[in-house]
Design a protein around this ligand. Structure first.
Ligand SMILES: Nc1ncnc2c1ncn2[C@@H]1O[C@H](COP(=O)(O)OP(=O)(O)OP(=O)(O)O)[C@@H](O)[C@H]1O
Length: 220
């Protein structure tokens, strides 16, 4: 895949923490409209890989280009603006803001982009099965409901790249399937791309491609 067609291009990426290597020689592309699952043993570095792609962790070697922008070449402020406009990130730990209600949490990416759109917020809340939960505070929600708030927030601004770290980890099989459907719809309708880190065989089996991360690289 050449530079013009790849939405994400990862080249020779390596990351270590202090004296412990996590991974090296990580090379892959993701095309527009592609849904890619990343699997691998616990602790192999899947979350770290997503963080490096988003510019939240700095790799020790290699490059990440998203829509032809070299993320590592941007300063922190420019990286934050780039993330805001182009990325939707579902974190393993949700990062839902406790003092904002569900609708306000989901609306946040649109507000930061100065594109408030209450109808879109209501649409994604309905899509994740949280119709009627807009005015609830996060402390009153279950783990699976919080996870769906995080997913709605990651999708509300229709990002080109969705990075999702175990987005179905707290969900029952039917809710999980519904979230994977939603990610598929977003990816295929918007020609976006999704990188889904998962231990779930069911979720991985729905991806267009499955990549396995090891300490020495990543491969189909
Ligand atoms: N900030 C950090 N400082 C030091 N070591 C870290 C840090 N973050 C992660 N690690 C280590 O890096 C390795 C990769 O962690 P990571 O969370 O990326 O793995 P993972 O494949 O996502 O794991 P899991 O499937 O269990 O979620 C682990 O050994 C972890 O202990």
């Amino acid at each position: 895949m050449n530079e013009l067609t790849a939405l994400v291009e990862v080249r020779n990426l390596a990351k270590r923490f202090a004296d412990a290597a996590v991974f090296e020689h990580v090379d892959f592309d993701v095309a527009p409209g592609e849904f890619v699952a990343v699997v691998g043993e616990s602790g192999v570095g899947k979350s770290t890989l997503l963080n490096c792609i988003a510019g939240l962790d700095r790799p020790d070697a290699g490059t990440v280009r998203i829509e032809n922008t070299d993320i590592g070449a941007l300063d922190e402020a420019a990286q934050a603006l780039f993330r805001r406009a182009h990325l939707g990130f579902v974190f393993q730990a949700f990062h839902v803001l406790p003092h904002l209600d569900v609708a306000q949490n989901v609306a946040l990416p649109l507000l930061l982009l100065r594109r408030p759109d209450p109808a879109r917020v209501a649409e994604v809340l309905k899509a994740v099965g949280l119709d009627g939960f807009g005015d609830r505070l996060p402390a009153t929600l279950s783990g699976g409901q919080l996870q769906r708030v995080a997913i709605a927030r990651a999708l509300v601004h229709r990002p080109r790249l969705i990075l999702a770290d175990e987005p179905t980890g707290n969900l029952d099989p039917a809710s999980a399937a519904r979230i994977i459907d939603l990610l598929h719809t977003q990816v295929h309708e918007q020609q976006a791309a999704c990188l889904l880190v998962t231990h779930s065989r069911a979720a991985a089996s729905r991806a267009d491609r499955v990549l396995t991360l090891t300490a020495g690289g990543i491969a189909a």
